[in-house]
Design a protein. Structure first.
Lengths: 456, 317
């Protein structure tokens, strides 16, 4: 419904224009000048100008739960079609950060307030909201004032919430819905050779790791890099992808999955139980140890994967107790109320590392950089000063070539330090009826319905 | 009858208060943080705390309960964390579909179980009786989510007889047809028991003296069965519906999810996943009221049909 100044492009390697038709990053990396498309309108026909952009950016800076993303940035507008975002220091992530901000119409917001906007938003995107039944369905209709005419091709879209993914798959096959996302892992088998439905299976910017808690005093072995490496060797990634994911995943080859700076020469940790045993012996854990693996019991993929991990680790002498909990409970066992790691969990296989912005720095913050205030997103307590220093450098390095080199170096260091057991990169499991054309998904899980059309 | 109803209502209010406390505390004891589903993984701790305070989740649970109870007694069940909407309005908005499904499943249960029970009683200890009892046993033990998925695969995707769920703006007839499968699956919490109770009760009654008397008067079997045997037995069926109401509603929550029906059950399941406490507690309490109403209604019905049941314990007729 809402537009942005720019959005992540279809292979998550750069930005493509949205409400801004172009932008220039200053050579010192301290400012970006955005030029808005001329004649932009909100869905009610009122003009959308630079003052709306300033308003949206400022509101994000004061009200958003992620307001620290834009902390210290200043916004100016020399004319109705230009917005300049400035930083005190070189800020290579600014382009990515600014494009996470949704653009609201100021006058409308002033009139109806935050709640009014949530109930009935004005649109700057391809569709606008017609009606909304909470938790059931949202009816979107074509925004006649969308800038990229004749798009969108569809007159309207009904977004339905179907709680159970199996039911989703069945409804898609029965023709009661035209497209679905997050289908169950068995969807491909269910669809068989059907001519009525097709599966959209693409690499996502989302990777699943098994976390090993290095802050839990009773699990001190996880502080030992040899133990963590041994666990990476001991786990059969191919078996997990085949057994738990029916082939809908690829093994991780670097800490990053898709997008900018991904090292194309990365290789998965080989499956080598003998080497794992050697490493455990070298680390002084020849007789193994006992640990608990917390997993997301809501998702059969995670439960099957955890079972394979348990068997793999058993084979090298590590006893694993499986503890499946429902997702909210599992997450609460891992993450403290403030967002950091609890000191009580042992190992956890519960979620994927993912984000929907261009910059990969956030992924590193999740997985492998010591917590940088104010965000507390690293939940293993892993902290390596060399990696932290590289990361800090990457946050101020304006030269794209040098920055790419930093990310390459970080990937290699993190990969060897094995803060997690690196498992798989997710693939989408979306599906559509064959009359739905151009239904696709980007690595950041964005479904560009703008380009979808339907044959009769 | 009136005194009995008043007593039942008074009892119900106490039960409701008890249930409200239990469900509120259980929900808050379950591990999992509602704030986690509201903020992103990159949110600042300070912002997370602000959300917690805004929702009142920073206060002790007992204080939270008292605030909730105070509001609930004034008819305010709170605001959903996820949808930012009034819980009562949210639940009532979806209650129509759930009530329709509940009623339809009770009607279906009666429509199927009564003929089956009568047939089994009349043909007792024959092959017909054995088959009916066998099917009933299976019906009673089969998990409803499994049967639901199986019926969708066979009757919807295979034979294309039914939709999985009715279209959004369905006519009453479409709604009835579209909800037949979920109603049937829901009714399995009731149907086998009705058949069994009716069969046993009919067989008992057939052995009574007054039936012998009726036979000796030369009445036809048909008249005997309908007038002298069926009426006393149906009382037990009505009582049973009251007793089973809570199981029926419990099963319906799962059935709604399996068939993707946007009723209160689906709302509750999603709310449990995201730890949206106000919806879970609010919807449960509304279901509790519903079960109580069904119980009171069946009591009244029984009292109207059977003079013996009009006695208030310790009182007069």
């Amino acid at each position: 419904v809402y537009g942005r100044l720019a959005r992540v492009n279809d292979d998550a390697t750069g930005m493509s224009p949205d409400l801004a038709s172009s932008w220039d990053v200053a050579t010192d990396g301290k400012s970006i000048t955005y030029r808005l498309r001329s004649g932009l309108k909100n869905s009610d026909g009122t003009p959308f100008t630079a003052s709306d952009v300033l308003f949206s950016l400022q509101r994000y800076q004061t009200d958003s739960p992620q307001k620290s993303l834009l902390a210290g940035r200043t916004f100016t507008s020399p004319d109705a079609n230009t917005v300049i975002v400035t930083s005190q220091d070189p800020a290579p992530t600014m382009l990515s950060d600014v494009s996470t901000v949704l653009m609201y119409p100021k006058a409308y917001f002033d009139r109806v307030g935050k709640d009014g906007l949530m109930k009935m938003p004005l649109s700057t995107g391809p569709f606008m909201l017609k009606s909304w039944e909470p938790g059931t369905v949202a009816h979107l209709v074509r925004n006649p004032n969308y800038w990229d005419q004749p798009k969108p091709y569809l007159d309207g879209v009904a977004l339905m919430v179907v709680g159970d993914s199996n039911t989703q798959s069945l409804k898609l096959q029965a023709g009661e819905i035209d497209a679905a996302i997050n289908l169950p892992i068995t969807a491909a088998q269910d669809f068989g050779t059907s001519k009525d439905v097709y599966l959209v299976s693409k690499a996502l910017k989302s990777s699943v790791v098994m976390m090993m808690n290095q802050t839990n005093p009773s699990q001190a072995w996880f502080k030992n890099v040899q133990v963590r490496q041994a666990i990476n060797y001991a786990i059969d990634k191919t078996a997990i992808i085949k057994g738990a994911l029916h082939g809908y995943a690829t093994p991780m080859t670097t800490p990053l999955s898709v997008g900018q700076y991904v090292d194309p020469n990365g290789k998965p940790w080989p499956y080598d139980p003998a080497k794992a045993k050697d490493l455990l012996k070298a680390a002084g854990y020849e007789k193994g140890f006992t640990t608990t693996l917390l997993t997301n019991g809501n998702d059969p993929v995670f439960v099957s994967a955890a079972t394979i991990v348990k068997n793999n680790l058993q084979a090298v002498g590590i006893t694993v107790n499986l503890q499946p909990l429902d997702y909210a409970a599992a997450r609460a066992a891992v993450v403290t109320a403030a967002g950091g790691a609890t000191t009580t969990y042992e190992m956890a296989l519960i979620y994927a590392y993912t984000n929907d912005s261009l910059d990969q720095g956030g992924i590193f913050r999740f997985c492998c950089v010591g917590n940088v205030p104010p965000s507390m997103s690293n939940r293993t307590g892993f902290d390596d000063p060399a990696i932290d220093a590289l990361w800090a450098q990457s946050q101020i390095e304006g030269d794209p070539v040098k920055r790419a080199a930093l990310f390459k170096q970080m990937q290699a260091l993190v990969w060897d330090a094995a803060p997690h057991a690196f498992l798989w990169n997710d693939m989408s499991r979306a599906g559509a009826r064959s009359k739905v054309r151009n239904f696709t998904i980007t690595p950041t899980s964005y479904h560009p319905v703008t380009n979808v059309w339907m044959s009769k | 009858v009136l005194a009995r109803v008043c007593l039942r209502i008074a009892q119900s209010v106490l039960v409701w208060l008890g249930v409200s406390a239990i469900i509120f505390f259980i929900m808050h004891l379950v591990p999992g943080d509602p704030v986690a589903s509201l903020v992103s993984d990159l949110s600042d701790p300070e912002q997370i705390q602000a959300v917690r305070e805004h929702l009142g989740l920073d206060k002790p649970v007992v204080v939270q309960y008292l605030i909730f109870l105070g509001n609930a007694l004034q008819g305010d069940l709170g605001t959903s964390y996820i949808y930012h909407l009034d819980v009562k309005a949210l639940v009532f908005g979806k209650l129509g579909l759930s009530l329709f499904l509940l009623t339809w499943s009770i009607v279906l249960a009666i429509l199927i179980a009564v003929p089956l029970g009568m047939l089994a009683a009349i043909k007792r200890e024959t092959t017909v009786d054995q088959v009916i009892r066998g099917v009933i046993l299976i019906g009673n033990t089969i998990p409803n989510y499994w049967l639901g998925t199986l019926l969708i695969l066979v009757l919807v995707l295979g034979f294309r007889l039914f939709p999985i769920s009715p279209p959004e703006h369905a006519t009453p007839l479409e709604l009835l047809w579209g909800l037949s499968l979920p109603a049937f699956v829901t009714s399995l919490a009731l149907l086998p028991n009705i058949t069994r109770v009716l069969r046993a009760s009919l067989i008992d009654t057939i052995g009574m003296d007054w039936v012998l008397l009726a036979r000796s008067k030369g009445l036809t079997e048909r008249v005997i069965l309908l007038r002298h045997v069926f009426r006393p037995s149906i009382l037990q069926v009505v009582t049973l519906i009251g007793v089973q109401a809570s199981f029926l509603i419990g099963g319906q929550i799962v059935v709604e999810a399996v068939f993707g029906l946007p009723g209160v059950g689906t709302l509750m399941i999603n709310a449990v996943r995201s730890r949206d406490y106000p919806i879970v507690v609010g919807a449960t309490l509304i279901f509790v009221i519903l079960v109580m109403l069904i119980n009171i209604a069946t009591d009244i019905l029984v009292a109207l049909m059977d003079p013996r049941a009009r006695i208030v314990p310790g009182g007069k007729r």
